[in-house]
Design a binder for this molecule. Structure first.
Ligand SMILES: C[S@@+](CC[C@H](N)C(=O)[O-])C[C@H]1O[C@@H](n2cnc3c(N)ncnc32)[C@H](O)[C@@H]1O
Length: 346
């Protein structure tokens, strides 16, 4: 039996059944429980409006929602299914660990692109997080890329339509005949591969802090016949020359870094973008575009889902940060898959 198919783990029947169960349970809570909770909040918001009382604050929403059984059940299912998913996928990957790790380290025959790892790279403290409660976070567990690639399908309660979320950010890059494009924090390749597919004649570069993710992205790009240049670097300060890229982009990096690092990455993005070049951040919905209930429920990510920087990322004013860094023509807009992009020109 093949261990991998299109980079995802081929699961045995019991594991497939568990993943189906988790996916359907997540879909059920999204469709059946969450709207009922939102209805309660809406009813209270309507009552206040009718009575001329001040609008609901996040604290008011917490007071209405937190004690409700339906909310507790919804969140319990969210947390438990996620723990179950990572555990099962790690067990599945561990059964084939030798094959998977050998595949990761196998040199690509005649590589089209490059992979440069830096074992001496200083890993910032803020990165030592078990993101989305994945055991081992992004870089401390060699099997993580396989678990992540397979888990994302279930995590997004669907197939993520061959990375639809990530493609939606790549699609926001304006059409152009670019020489060089950089994807900051390219992870396992799901944001950078769509970029290379969209701009096949551009030299495409990707960086990330996590060596296991880069190794996987390299193998995947090579197996798809795509020349992509990957290196292990911190997006806060890279070794590329000033103004070297026509386009610098990032996809769901910023909610995984604290404010200080976010400032540094934007400043580095400005340094790397050539005059007239395009810079964009694709990430979660800014809090000011969410209603009070969704701001409250997003905070759950910060408190219970291994996303310690989610709230501060949601509260950042990206257009102001880009303007302060020197970018002009700053715009903020949603992607077709519900992420948000803030962009500017140098
Ligand atoms: C949610 S993942 C997104 C990966 C990829 N862009 C995608 O859309 O599939 C966030 C990525 O940011 C990387 N990362 C976090 N902090 C970083 C930093 N300071 N420099 C470079 N990469 C970083 C993580 O290793 C992880 O791969």
């Amino acid at each position: 039996m093949a261990v991998l198919e299109a980079g995802e783990l081929v699961l045995d029947q019991p594991d497939r059944a568990t993943m189906e169960f988790i996916k359907n349970l997540k879909a059920y809570t999204t469709a059946a429980l969450s709207p009922k909770i939102a209805e309660r909040v809406q009813a209270e918001a309507d009552r206040r409006r009718t009575e001329g009382a001040p609008p609901l604050t996040v604290e008011d929403v917490a007071a209405i929602v937190s004690p409700a059984f339906i909310w507790k059940a919804d969140r319990l299912i969210a947390r438990q299914t996620q723990e179950m998913m990572w555990t099962r996928l790690f067990e599945a990957a561990s059964r084939h660990a030798d094959d998977l790790l050998a595949w990761l380290d196998e040199p690509a025959g005649q590589p089209l692109g490059t992979l440069t790892l830096d074992p001496s790279l200083e890993i910032p403290d803020y990165f030592e997080v078990d993101y989305h409660i994945q055991p081992g976070g992004m870089h401390r567990e060699p099997l993580i890329p396989f678990v992540l690639a397979t888990g994302q399908v279930v995590y997004h309660a669907g197939r993520n339509d061959r990375w639809a979320l990530k493609r939606s950010v790549a699609e926001m890059i304006p059409d152009g005949d670019y020489e060089r494009i950089l994807d900051l924090a390219c992870g396992i390749g799901q944001s950078i591969i769509p970029i290379k597919e969209r701009f096949p004649t551009a030299e495409v570069y990707g960086i990330d802090l996590a060596a296991p993710l880069l190794k996987y992205a390299h193998r995947l790009a090579e197996s798809e016949g795509l020349a992509i240049h990957l290196s292990q670097q911190n997006a806060e300060r890279t070794n590329f020359p000033d103004g070297w890229f026509d386009v610098v982009t990032s996809c769901i990096l910023f909610h995984e870094i604290p404010d200080e690092a976010a400032h540094n990455v934007i400043a580095e993005g400005y340094r790397l973008t050539k005059p007239g070049g395009y810079f964009q951040i694709g990430d979660t919905v800014p809090y000011r575009h969410l209603d009070t209930f969704r701001r409250f429920s997003s905070d759950w990510q910060t408190e219970h889902n291994g996303e310690p920087y989610w709230r501060q990322a949601g509260q950042r004013d990206y257009p102001a940060l880009l303007r302060a860094a020197g970018f002009r023509d700053v715009e903020e807009r949603p992607t077709r898959a519900g992420l948000w992009v803030t962009s500017g020109r140098k």
